[in-house]
Design a protein around this ligand. Structure first.
Ligand SMILES: [Zn+2]
Ligand SMILES: [Zn+2]
Length: 215
Protein backbone atom coordinates (compact mmCIF):
# COMPACT_ATOMS: atom_id res chain seq x y z
CA UNK A 1 0.00 0.00 0.00
CA UNK A 2 1.25 3.45 -0.86
CA UNK A 3 1.65 5.63 2.15
CA UNK A 4 2.18 8.97 0.47
CA UNK A 5 2.52 10.72 3.83
CA UNK A 6 5.98 9.20 3.68
CA UNK A 7 6.77 10.72 0.29
CA UNK A 8 9.50 13.29 0.18
CA UNK A 9 10.44 15.07 -3.05
CA UNK A 10 13.64 16.97 -3.87
CA UNK A 11 13.80 18.76 -7.20
CA UNK A 12 16.42 20.77 -9.03
CA UNK A 13 16.98 22.12 -12.54
CA UNK A 14 20.12 23.76 -13.90
CA UNK A 15 21.54 24.97 -17.19
CA UNK A 16 21.85 24.23 -20.03
CA UNK A 17 18.60 22.25 -20.28
CA UNK A 18 16.76 23.37 -17.13
CA UNK A 19 15.33 19.88 -16.88
CA UNK A 20 13.83 18.87 -13.55
CA UNK A 21 15.64 16.04 -11.79
CA UNK A 22 13.82 14.48 -8.84
CA UNK A 23 14.73 12.44 -5.81
CA UNK A 24 11.70 10.64 -4.40
CA UNK A 25 12.20 9.11 -1.05
CA UNK A 26 10.34 7.36 1.73
CA UNK A 27 10.76 9.37 4.93
CA UNK A 28 10.28 6.24 7.04
CA UNK A 29 12.94 4.02 5.46
CA UNK A 30 15.03 6.81 3.85
CA UNK A 31 15.17 4.80 0.63
CA UNK A 32 14.98 6.88 -2.51
CA UNK A 33 15.15 6.84 -6.28
CA UNK A 34 16.60 9.33 -8.71
CA UNK A 35 14.29 10.23 -11.60
CA UNK A 36 16.06 11.53 -14.73
CA UNK A 37 19.65 12.32 -13.71
CA UNK A 38 20.84 15.35 -15.65
CA UNK A 39 23.17 18.26 -14.99
CA UNK A 40 21.59 18.87 -11.57
CA UNK A 41 22.99 15.52 -10.38
CA UNK A 42 25.77 17.01 -8.23
CA UNK A 43 23.28 19.15 -6.31
CA UNK A 44 20.72 16.39 -5.85
CA UNK A 45 23.35 13.85 -4.79
CA UNK A 46 24.39 16.32 -2.14
CA UNK A 47 20.78 16.44 -0.92
CA UNK A 48 20.82 12.64 -0.80
CA UNK A 49 23.85 12.78 1.45
CA UNK A 50 22.61 15.59 3.66
CA UNK A 51 19.33 13.78 4.23
CA UNK A 52 21.02 10.41 4.83
CA UNK A 53 19.05 8.85 2.01
CA UNK A 54 19.93 5.55 0.41
CA UNK A 55 19.41 5.48 -3.35
CA UNK A 56 17.94 2.19 -4.54
CA UNK A 57 17.31 2.88 -8.23
CA UNK A 58 17.76 5.25 -11.16
CA UNK A 59 14.53 5.58 -13.14
CA UNK A 60 14.35 7.38 -16.48
CA UNK A 61 11.05 8.75 -17.79
CA UNK A 62 12.65 8.65 -21.25
CA UNK A 63 16.08 8.81 -22.89
CA UNK A 64 16.53 12.32 -24.26
CA UNK A 65 19.92 13.79 -23.46
CA UNK A 66 18.67 16.21 -20.80
CA UNK A 67 17.13 13.33 -18.82
CA UNK A 68 19.99 10.82 -18.97
CA UNK A 69 23.22 12.78 -19.38
CA UNK A 70 24.33 12.22 -15.76
CA UNK A 71 23.10 8.66 -15.26
CA UNK A 72 26.78 7.65 -15.40
CA UNK A 73 27.72 10.05 -12.61
CA UNK A 74 24.92 8.81 -10.33
CA UNK A 75 25.70 5.18 -11.12
CA UNK A 76 29.34 5.78 -10.22
CA UNK A 77 28.37 7.03 -6.77
CA UNK A 78 25.44 4.67 -6.24
CA UNK A 79 25.76 1.34 -7.98
CA UNK A 80 21.99 0.80 -8.23
CA UNK A 81 19.84 -0.64 -11.03
CA UNK A 82 18.88 1.58 -13.96
CA UNK A 83 15.30 1.42 -15.29
CA UNK A 84 14.12 2.48 -18.76
CA UNK A 85 11.31 1.52 -21.11
CA UNK A 86 12.80 -0.68 -23.88
CA UNK A 87 11.25 1.46 -26.63
CA UNK A 88 13.73 4.20 -25.68
CA UNK A 89 16.78 1.92 -25.70
CA UNK A 90 17.97 3.23 -29.09
CA UNK A 91 17.79 6.82 -27.87
CA UNK A 92 19.58 5.81 -24.69
CA UNK A 93 22.38 4.19 -26.67
CA UNK A 94 22.69 7.30 -28.84
CA UNK A 95 23.59 9.66 -25.97
CA UNK A 96 26.98 10.59 -27.52
CA UNK A 97 25.24 11.37 -30.83
CA UNK A 98 22.50 13.37 -29.12
CA UNK A 99 25.26 15.31 -27.36
CA UNK A 100 27.05 16.09 -30.61
CA UNK A 101 23.93 17.83 -31.91
CA UNK A 102 24.20 20.26 -29.00
CA UNK A 103 27.95 20.66 -29.42
CA UNK A 104 28.37 18.73 -26.18
CA UNK A 105 30.22 15.58 -25.31
CA UNK A 106 29.00 12.80 -23.03
CA UNK A 107 30.28 9.24 -22.87
CA UNK A 108 27.76 6.42 -23.42
CA UNK A 109 25.37 5.91 -20.52
CA UNK A 110 25.88 2.75 -18.44
CA UNK A 111 23.74 -0.28 -19.40
CA UNK A 112 20.06 -0.41 -18.46
CA UNK A 113 19.37 -3.11 -15.88
CA UNK A 114 15.58 -3.41 -15.94
CA UNK A 115 12.87 -2.65 -18.48
CA UNK A 116 9.94 -0.48 -17.41
CA UNK A 117 6.53 -1.63 -18.55
CA UNK A 118 2.89 -0.59 -18.41
CA UNK A 119 1.30 -1.38 -15.06
CA UNK A 120 4.56 -2.29 -13.35
CA UNK A 121 4.91 -1.34 -9.68
CA UNK A 122 8.20 -0.25 -8.15
CA UNK A 123 8.61 -0.31 -4.39
CA UNK A 124 10.67 2.36 -2.70
CA UNK A 125 10.51 1.84 1.05
CA UNK A 126 6.81 2.18 1.91
CA UNK A 127 6.06 3.90 -1.40
CA UNK A 128 4.74 2.19 -4.50
CA UNK A 129 5.31 3.78 -7.90
CA UNK A 130 3.04 2.74 -10.71
CA UNK A 131 4.41 2.87 -14.26
CA UNK A 132 2.20 4.20 -17.05
CA UNK A 133 3.43 3.76 -20.61
CA UNK A 134 2.79 7.09 -22.35
CA UNK A 135 4.61 7.18 -25.72
CA UNK A 136 4.51 10.05 -28.23
CA UNK A 137 7.17 12.53 -27.08
CA UNK A 138 9.52 9.58 -27.41
CA UNK A 139 8.68 5.93 -28.19
CA UNK A 140 9.41 4.78 -24.64
CA UNK A 141 8.16 7.65 -22.47
CA UNK A 142 6.58 6.70 -19.17
CA UNK A 143 4.81 8.53 -16.34
CA UNK A 144 5.36 7.46 -12.74
CA UNK A 145 2.42 7.70 -10.34
CA UNK A 146 2.87 7.68 -6.59
CA UNK A 147 -0.17 8.56 -4.50
CA UNK A 148 -1.45 11.94 -5.67
CA UNK A 149 1.79 12.73 -7.53
CA UNK A 150 2.63 11.99 -11.16
CA UNK A 151 6.12 12.39 -12.57
CA UNK A 152 5.34 12.87 -16.22
CA UNK A 153 8.67 13.53 -17.95
CA UNK A 154 8.16 15.52 -21.15
CA UNK A 155 4.67 14.16 -21.88
CA UNK A 156 2.82 17.22 -20.57
CA UNK A 157 3.87 20.56 -19.07
CA UNK A 158 2.06 23.41 -17.38
CA UNK A 159 0.36 25.00 -20.39
CA UNK A 160 2.07 22.85 -23.02
CA UNK A 161 2.91 19.34 -24.18
CA UNK A 162 6.11 17.55 -25.15
CA UNK A 163 7.57 18.22 -28.58
CA UNK A 164 7.00 15.50 -31.14
CA UNK A 165 9.41 16.57 -33.89
CA UNK A 166 12.35 14.57 -32.55
CA UNK A 167 13.17 11.08 -33.88
CA UNK A 168 10.48 8.60 -32.79
CA UNK A 169 8.05 11.33 -31.76
CA UNK A 170 4.39 11.27 -32.82
CA UNK A 171 1.80 13.97 -32.12
CA UNK A 172 -1.13 11.56 -32.52
CA UNK A 173 0.44 9.02 -30.18
CA UNK A 174 1.25 11.71 -27.62
CA UNK A 175 -2.31 13.05 -27.62
CA UNK A 176 -3.64 9.52 -27.25
CA UNK A 177 -1.33 8.94 -24.28
CA UNK A 178 -2.45 12.18 -22.65
CA UNK A 179 -6.16 11.56 -23.19
CA UNK A 180 -6.26 7.83 -22.43
CA UNK A 181 -3.51 7.47 -19.81
CA UNK A 182 -2.76 10.79 -18.10
CA UNK A 183 -6.09 12.64 -17.79
CA UNK A 184 -7.94 9.57 -16.43
CA UNK A 185 -5.58 9.58 -13.43
CA UNK A 186 -7.84 12.31 -12.03
CA UNK A 187 -8.04 16.10 -11.78
CA UNK A 188 -6.59 16.28 -8.29
CA UNK A 189 -3.28 14.65 -9.26
CA UNK A 190 -0.20 16.87 -9.08
CA UNK A 191 1.94 16.74 -12.20
CA UNK A 192 5.71 17.08 -11.84
CA UNK A 193 6.97 17.67 -15.41
CA UNK A 194 10.44 17.34 -16.81
CA UNK A 195 10.57 21.10 -17.42
CA UNK A 196 8.91 24.05 -15.70
CA UNK A 197 6.64 24.27 -12.67
CA UNK A 198 4.32 21.66 -11.24
CA UNK A 199 0.63 21.77 -12.09
CA UNK A 200 -2.43 19.56 -11.72
CA UNK A 201 -4.26 17.38 -14.19
CA UNK A 202 -7.44 19.40 -13.57
CA UNK A 203 -5.66 22.67 -14.30
CA UNK A 204 -4.25 21.30 -17.57
CA UNK A 205 -7.52 19.67 -18.61
CA UNK A 206 -9.26 23.04 -18.31
CA UNK A 207 -6.59 25.47 -19.51
CA UNK A 208 -3.86 23.72 -21.51
CA UNK A 209 -4.37 25.00 -25.08
CA UNK A 210 -3.24 21.68 -26.55
CA UNK A 211 -5.99 19.88 -24.65
CA UNK A 212 -8.82 22.36 -24.83
CA UNK A 213 -8.67 22.70 -28.62
CA UNK A 214 -8.61 18.92 -29.19
CA UNK A 215 -11.56 16.53 -28.97
ZN1 LIG B 1 12.40 14.75 -23.86
ZN1 LIG C 1 13.37 17.16 -21.48
Amino acid sequence: MTNTDSLRIEQDAVEPFFKNGYILSCSETLQGIYIDPGEEAAQLLQQVEENNLQLVAIVNTHAHIDHICRVALVKEKWDVPIYLHPEDQDLYDSLPIQAERFGLSYPPAPPVDHPLQEGQELEVGRLVLKVHYTPGHSPGSVCLEVGKHVFCGDVIFAGSIGRTDLPGGSYETLMESIFTKVLPLGDEKILHPGHGPETTIGQERLTNPFLTTNP
